[in-house]
Write a protein that binds this ligand. Structure first.
Ligand code: ADP
Length: 483
């Protein structure tokens, strides 16, 4: 049986800031169903309350000293997948995962070096010996680099194949060169063909160079990141290593995100009970946000998002007053960049009866918005995969999305014939977004057409099994390389 160790900085339900955590929660059980032996590893942040088995102390080298931490083990709730935890109080017991008050923790390199060194301890001490180490995003990017450098001569680790998955090109793990010794990697690797990027240490670049396979979370984003517009400076590196780059679309965990089984929403519903279900959830959602009940049937737009420039929320802020003038209401759940938080707080004050804003990270409310909204907005400037448009489809909440990344791979534009599952726009401008919203509103007014459209979305299937199969094919091709 092929053995895979998946390393990531967040796994739902232990710690989550975005789609990475959702993927890490759902891919491993899907792999297991296909006969892959899989384990996970993540840092043990303070907020992790799960019952853990203590595996004892570790000492890892950090720069020219060594640092003490502990290993622990728990399981994914409901699935018997082992989750290893790397604990270090000083590094991981903080208020947030990476960033506080808009500023990255200044010792992030030390933190995630410790994490990656801890992962190597799990393997070296034989808790779990994978054939393939699957590292996600810059926080785990040192792993494929370590296998080919610091641990190249290790009798076990040196033979492990690696996959590096990019969930977002914009977060690369870039640090000034004076911090480079923290990693313990020799200076012979600090050059433009490896870890150096404009005289900075760039962990994502290193992982692209050293990993045996590189994936990203949708086929369209895999192509986009090889262009200047989306490559965030690494397009050249990706082009050079093009042969090992593929896109594997994330999936949806329908055990968690289905209106039939959702335990967080006011009323469960299915395709057959869509109208009543929406209505009940909508009433509850309006109440939650203090919005008025509109005198006539009017669309309720929903947004659940990190408040980041990437998500196109400036565009939405620009068109929101027009949507409200059209009789629509909008609810927004988000947290992130302080200026965007301020923009939305202001809009809420301006339109208290029609615009609901909650600045928080609130999983329960996220489910309620999926269930209660008619239309879901994702005007992203770029979107590696995006989860919420897929969740929305399953909840009969018609997505309005920009034609970028995973949004292209999951939502098709409603055409003249009325086929399609949502409303897609090309240009990242308020005018193009507004036009797509207006098309959605016009369709909403035709009740029968709207229900048919929503039900078409509900029938789409983005389950993890298909994605897991694709990852398995990649793992197996690496095993063949190993011989
Ligand atoms: P990204 O990873 O870029 O933030 P994705 O669409 O891939 O975007 O995934 C975002 C995930 O995080 C989804 O599960 C979404 O519901 C969740 N999410 C984002 N913001 C919030 C929030 N403020 N409260 C609750 N859940 C959120």
């Amino acid at each position: 049986m092929i053995k895979i160790l998946i390393a990531a900085s967040e796994i739902d339900p232990f710690a989550k800031t975005g789609g990475l955590a959702d993927a890490m929660r759902s891919l491993p059980p899907a792999l297991r169903r296909q006969g892959v032996e899989v384990a996970l590893v993540m840092p043990k942040y303070r907020q992790i309350q799960a019952e853990c088995e203590d595996l004892g102390e570790i000492q890892v080298p950090i720069e020219d000293t060594s640092m003490t931490g502990r290993l622990a083990r728990t399981e994914l709730p409901g699935d018997k997948v082992p989750v290893y935890l790397i604990d270090q109080e000083k590094l991981f017991h903080r208020n947030e995962l990476y960033t506080e008050k808009g500023k990255d923790y200044p010792d992030n390199l030390e933190r995630f070096t410790f994490f990656c060194r801890g992962v190597m301890e799990i393997i070296a001490r034989n808790y779990f010996r994978p054939d393939v180490l699957h590292a996600h995003d810059w926080q785990a990017a040192l792993l494929p680099i370590y296998i080919k450098t610091v641990y190249a001569d290790h009798p076990v680790i040196g033979r492990i194949k690696s996959v590096f998955t990019i969930h977002n090109m914009a977060y690369q793990g870039v640090f000034p060169p004076f911090l480079y010794p923290v990693t313990g990697i020799g200076w012979e690797h600090f050059h433009v063909e490896a870890l150096e990027f404009y005289n900075q240490l760039n962990l994502m670049k290193g992982a692209i160079v050293f990993a045996d396979a590189v994936t990203t979370v949708s086929p369209t984003y895999a192509r986009e990141i090889q262009t200047r517009e989306y490559g965030c400076g690494l397009e050249g590196v990706l082009l050079k290593h093009q042969k090992k780059v593929t896109g594997v679309l994330n999936g949806v965990d329908y055990r968690v995100w289905s209106p039939e089984v959702d335990t967080e929403i006011a009323a469960r519903y299915s395709m057959d009970t869509l109208e009543e279900g929406k209505k009940a959830n909508q009433t509850a959602l309006r109440k939650e946000f203090g919005l008025r009940e509109p005198p006539v049937r009017a669309p309720l737009f929903g947004v659940i998002s990190r408040l980041a420039h990437q998500k196109g929320l400036d565009l939405l802020a620009a068109v929101l007053p027009s949507l409200i003038r059209r009789g629509a209401q909008v609810v927004i759940l988000g947290k992130g960049e302080p200026p965007l938080e301020e923009t939305y707080r202001t809009l809420q004050k301006q339109f208290p009866e029609s615009c609901g804003v909650t600045i928080a990270f609130d999983n329960r409310l996220a489910h309620q918005i999926e269930a209660g909204a008619d239309i879901f907005l994702m005007p992203s400037l770029y979107e590696p995969c995006g989860m919420n448009q897929m969740y929305s489809l399953r909840y009969g909440t018609v997505p309005v999305v920009r034609a970028t990344g995973g949004l292209v791979d999951t939502v098709t534009d409603v055409d003249e014939a009325g086929d399609g599952t949502g409303f897609v726009f090309e240009e990242p401008t308020p005018a193009a977004l507004l036009e797509a919203c207006e098309r959605a509103i016009a369709r909403f007014e035709d009740r029968e057409a709207w229900l048919a459209l929503a039900r078409r979305g509900m029938r789409m299937d983005f389950s993890w099994d298909r994605s897991a199969q694709e990852y398995q094919r990649i793992y197996q091709s690496l095993m063949r390389m190993r011989g």
